[in-house]
Design a protein around this ligand. Structure first.
Ligand code: NDP
Length: 445
């Protein structure tokens, strides 16, 4: 494989799509060896085919705000690859959303979904709509308008969207309501649904739980556990709150949370009522990080800073892409951090990952660590298909088992000669092989 040529071609076709190009390069670099030793992939053009989405739908979303003004947002669905099963991947509502970000997320989703062992392909979608500060009525009208276009492209055997940044249970409810009305069927097409109308137990906390189960396996390779460990988290959304709950349950202490404007450091630990308080603020659609320090005066707010300067044993970035750079990586290592598990998608910059690898840190990428979210969405699809709900323990046990199996797969494909586990390589190679072999079997499409 001529990686540089492929990247030059891709940059020429998609100029300025920085996040997408970054994600493709990261994957190609780590699968180069496996592609070069399997000439059948090259002759079937697997690489050229896997790096381009199957199709992209772009649409306008007109809606009316509470003042009667017409607003227009952009909507997207990127269907990347369905070699393993129906397209599957979340919807992100955030002002930063653009095609580059959705293509990076959709591309990553192919390999993540492959790692889960479930029959699901990769996709992503969303809008530049910002739910923050909007009333419930505005969010509902926006979601309904968004679905008026999206429904044509999705279906339980075609494409099954879920939540992501800015899309939680409330948004999924409004989206599903409109979809159901349009298709006149209750077919469970979205995941992350309410528990009393087709949702799965554990789904809301699954990504965070799964991330901590994965980090637990990473620590176990060094004969360590979470017990007594200090943990830095970033963000406080769907992923971070589940992670905070599970770290506490396993005896660790969470000392940071963050938002776009800074982070909170609470040396006493963020647990119990503090987590519940954050959830209440979140549900009311407010800025949540700063008010924490008014409610719990032992905590400090650090304006404009990231939590990676705080001394910790384990760091779990759970906010957004490129939120941990080289300088942050060096600070973490300097302060004695032993493990970085990415709860978010691509939170570490390539330079930060280089530092982690150079220093032989336990470091694992989002596509492995946060795969518990989509895996539990897969379990929600299975339950919907069976018209049956598994109890909490059953879903949690399956999630735990899936995360252990993803970890074992990464170890199998990522262990280097000196015994260091390169989780980036392990996850990319394992995820890629399964999809590439399926594409070979299915012919040139
Ligand atoms: P949420 O919107 O629920 O939470 C994101 C959190 O990060 C919020 O607390 C947000 O603060 C904060 N945040 C946003 N931008 C920044 C920033 N620049 N610096 C610091 N904090 C920031 O999203 P999710 O928890 O769903 O997703 C988080 C990450 O995990 C994303 O990368 C997503 O793709 C990934 N992921 C999510 C899955 C899921 O199941 N939800 C599954 C797999 C991956 P505020 O609300 O104040 O803006």
């Amino acid at each position: 494989m001529n990686l540089e040529k492929i990247m030059i071609d891709l940059e020429r076709k998609h100029p300025g799509e920085a996040e997408y190009l970054q994600a493709v390069r990261e994957v190609l670099e780590s699968i180069e060896e496996v592609v070069n030793t399997n000439p059948q992939f090259e002759s079937a053009g697997i690489i050229e085919r896997i790096i381009e989405p199957d199709r992209i739908l772009t649409f306008k979303v007109p809606w009316v705000d509470d003042h009667g003004r017409v607003q227009v947002n952009l909507g997207y669905r990127v269907q990347f690859n369905n070699a393993l099963g129906p397209y599957k991947g979340g919807l992100r509502f955030h002002p930063s959303v653009n095609l580059s970000i959705l293509k990076f997320l959709g591309f990553e989703q192919i390999f993540k979904n492959s790692l889960t062992t479930l029959p699901i392909g990769g996709a992503k979608g969303g809008s530049d709509f910002d739910p923050k500060g909007k009333s419930d009525g505005e969010i509902m009208r926006f979601c309904q308008a968004f679905m008026l276009e999206l429904w044509k492209m999705i279906g339980p055997e075609i494409d099954v969207p879920a939540g992501d940044i800015g899309v939680g249970g409330k948004e999924i409810g409004y989206l599903y309501g409109m979809y159901k009305k349009l298709v006149r069927e209750h077919n469970g097409v979205l995941t992350g649904k309410g528990l009393n109308w087709g949702g799965s137990l554990i789904r809301p906390e699954a990504t965070g739980f799964g991330a901590v189960y994965f980090a637990q396996e990473m620590l176990a390779t060094k004969e360590m556990t979470f017990d007594g460990k200090t943990v830095c988290l970033s963000g406080f959304g769907n992923v971070a709150w589940g992670a905070a709950l599970k770290v506490n349950e396993l005896g660790g202490k969470v000392v940071t949370l963050s938002g776009p404007d800074g982070y909170v450091y609470d040396p006493d630990g963020i647990s119990g009522e503090k987590i519940l308080y954050m959830l209440e603020l979140r549900a009311s659609n407010q800025d949540i990080v700063k008010p924490y320090t008014y409610e719990f005066p032992g905590a400090q707010f650090h304006q404009g800073k990231r939590p990676w300067e705080v001394k910790c044993d384990v760091a779990i970035p759970c906010a957004t892409q490129n939120e941990l750079d080289k300088e942050d990586a060096m600070k973490l290592i300097h302060n004695g951090c032993i493990c970085v598990a990415e709860g978010a998608n691509m939170p570490s910059t390539p330079e930060a990952i280089e530092v982690f690898h150079e220093k032989k840190l336990l470091f694992a990428p989002g596509k492995a660590v946060n795969a518990g979210g989509v895996a539990t969405s897969g379990l929600e699809m299975s339950q919907n298909a069976m018209k049956f709900n598994w109890p909490r323990e059953e879903v949690d046990n399956r999630l735990h088992h899936i995360m252990q199996s993803i970890h074992a797969t990464c170890v199998k494909h990522g262990t280097e000669e000196d015994g260091y586990i390169n989780y980036v390589k392990g996850a990319n190679v394992a995820g890629f092989l399964k999809v590439a072999n399926a594409m070979l079997d299915q012919g040139i499409l």
